[in-house]
Design a protein around this ligand. Sequence first.
Ligand SMILES: NC(=O)c1ccc[n+]([C@@H]2O[C@H](COP(=O)([O-])OP(=O)(O)OC[C@H]3O[C@@H](n4cnc5c(N)ncnc54)[C@H](O)[C@@H]3O)[C@@H](O)[C@H]2O)c1
Length: 247
Amino acid sequence: MFRIDGQVAIITGGARGIGAGVCEVFCKAGAKVYLWDILDQGQETAERIAAEGHNISYQKVDVTSKSSVEQAVQEIIDKEERIDILINNAGVIRDRSFMKMTEDEWNMVMNVNVNSLYVVTKAVLPYMIKGGYGRIVSASSVNSVNGAFGQTNYAASKAAISGFTRSLAREVGKHGITANAVAPGFIRTDMTDSMPEEVIQAGIRAIPVKRIGTPEDMGYAYLYLASKEAGFISGITLHANGGVLPL
Ligand SMILES: NC(=O)c1ccc[n+]([C@@H]2O[C@H](COP(=O)([O-])OP(=O)(O)OC[C@H]3O[C@@H](n4cnc5c(N)ncnc54)[C@H](O)[C@@H]3O)[C@@H](O)[C@H]2O)c1
């Protein structure tokens, strides 16, 4: 396992699903993790992981709110004096075919998935530049490339994340900072658990490695890009989907 001992990491949307898996893997790899989420479930997730002897704290943060984000960043800086890793994982879906999609559904997805990148990265980046080191990894999706019925808003938002990442990488490289994205495929989370079993099985049949992904699988993909060893990799979107080749 790549080690990130003592490194200060923010993981957004860490209360459950992929984000919780990333928190667990980063803790096992030695990081000091700050779990951000709007859900109080973040407290339970942090306590569960801390009970295994790891260094993790929950901060109730809305990634679309500048004041909420700036306050949490200040608390971390007051305590740790630096931030090494930022995982922009928080995201939402509001699926509906385009002709039926409301403006609120469009704006909600853009606000949480895209505008939050501006708010959170803008608040954290000055400290990474000051420290001369940083790893920023954001959540894209296989559907950003392939598209999906009912996901014009979501696919557009996730494609925006890859474009943001490619551009940011060009700007921050000179400061020892890399920017990358992970594009998860079909991953077992609360969202997929609510699907009918036959839909899950059909999805699995289409995956070359013949299983659904886990939050832990995603944790290792994020860990690699967040490691010191990945310092020559920047601007990419890593497709972590069991071999489903994006179009
Ligand atoms: N599950 C999959 O199959 C899959 C596939 C591709 C991409 N992704 C992406 O991976 C990320 C995690 O997905 P997941 O399946 O674990 O989703 P999830 O809904 O289980 O978790 C997302 C977390 O983000 C949090 N969140 C939402 N809005 C927030 C806000 N304004 N501020 C702070 N936190 C907020 C939620 O409370 C939740 O805990 C998302 O960006 C998603 O788009 C997931």
